[in-house]
Design a protein around this ligand. Sequence first.
Ligand code: NAD
Length: 347
Amino acid sequence: MKKNSNSNRPGKNDLILVAGAGGFIGGALARSLHEQGYTRIRAVDKKPLPHWYQRVPGVESLCLDLSHEDNCVQAVEGATEVYNLAADMGGMGFIERFRIQCLRSILINTNLIEAAWQAGVSRYFFASSACAYNVKLQEDPNCRALKEEDAYPAFAERGYGWEKLMSEMFCQEYWAERGMKTAIARFHNVYGPWGTWDGGREKAPAAICRKVLEAKHTGKKEIEIWGDGTQTRSFMYIDDCLHGIDKIMHTEALIATPINLGTSEMIAINDLVSLAEEIGGIKLKRSYDLGAPRGVAGRNSDNTFIRKMLGWEPSIPIRKGLKATYQWIEEQFRARQAGGHTVRDIY
Ligand code: NAD
C-alpha cells in the first residue's frame, strides 16, 4: 500500500538527531522540530554549548566531535532519524582559504552515516551544496541555472564542493547497497536570523548587512565589496530551507536523489548591496576588492525538478528575507556595541 507523506514521518516520541545543531541551520532545525511537538530531539555539535547560536529548552544538547567514530555511535544511539548539518564551512573567504578543513568534513559524514546504518536509523539527511556543481558551468554572471544533472561530469568547487559530492555518493550507496533511506539536498546560499554575521565565516547577505550597519555606526559612508560586484547568486531564507528539508526527507520518490534546495531569484552582489542600503536607509560609496575571494561568476538554482517532485519551491523574496536578517543583525550589533553577549540562549 502506498504510504501518504505523513506516515513517512517519525512519531512524536521517536528520537531525532540533529548534527551541527550549534550552527545556523542545525540550530533552526532543532528549534523547528521542537516547536512541531517532537519530544526527543538530540542536538549535537563540536562547539562548546555556550557558543551555540541557539539552544532549545527540552532538547538534549551534547558537545561531541562527530569526525570521530565513537562519538557518532554515541550520537545516533536510539535515533529514528538523523539530520547531518555538521560541517566545517563558511562563506567564500573561508572555503577558498581553508580547503583542507572543508575536505576533512568528509570524516563527519563517513562516520555518522555508518553509525546510523549500524544503529538501524530509518532516514538519514545530508546537507549538500550548490558548490558540488561543475564550476565550468558557472563562469558567467548570466549563466543558466543549474540542474541536478549538472554535477556530472564532476568539476566541483575545490575542497568544499568535492567533499559534498563524495558525501552525496556515500548517501546514494548506503541506500543502493544497504537499504538505508537517505535524502540529499543541495542548498543554495541560506541566510536569515541566527546565522553567522561576523568573524570570517559569514556569507554575503550577513556580511553586507553588517557592513552597512558598521558604516552607519562609524559615519564612514563607505562599503568594500569583494570582487567587482557583478557576480550573481540566489539566496534562500531559512524558513524555506527548513520547509524544504522536511519535504525532501519524507518523500519516498526522492530517496538517495540529490535535489536543488534554493530559490531561482538570481541577484547580483551589487544589487544585494543596494537592497541592504535601502533597508538601512543609507547610501554608501563603493570600493571593490578585486583580489578578494569571489567564488564562481554566476550561480542560480533550476527548480524544475523540485517543482515536479514536491509541487513546491523556495519562494521567500530576498527583499523580505534580507529585511528580517538585517533587523536581527542590527540587534546583535547593538548588543555588541553595548558590551553585551551576542550568542543568545532561549532558555
Ligand atoms: P554552520 O557553520 O553555522 O553550522 C555547522 C555546524 O557544524 C557548526 O556549528 C560546527 O561547529 C559544526 N561542526 C563542524 N564540525 C563538526 C564536527 N566535527 N562535529 C560536530 N559538529 C561539527 O553552517 P550552516 O550554514 O548551518 O550549514 C549547515 C550545513 O549546510 C553544512 O553542511 C553546510 O555545508 C551546508 N550548507 C550551508 C549553506 C549555507 O548557505 N548556509 C549552503 C550550502 C550548504
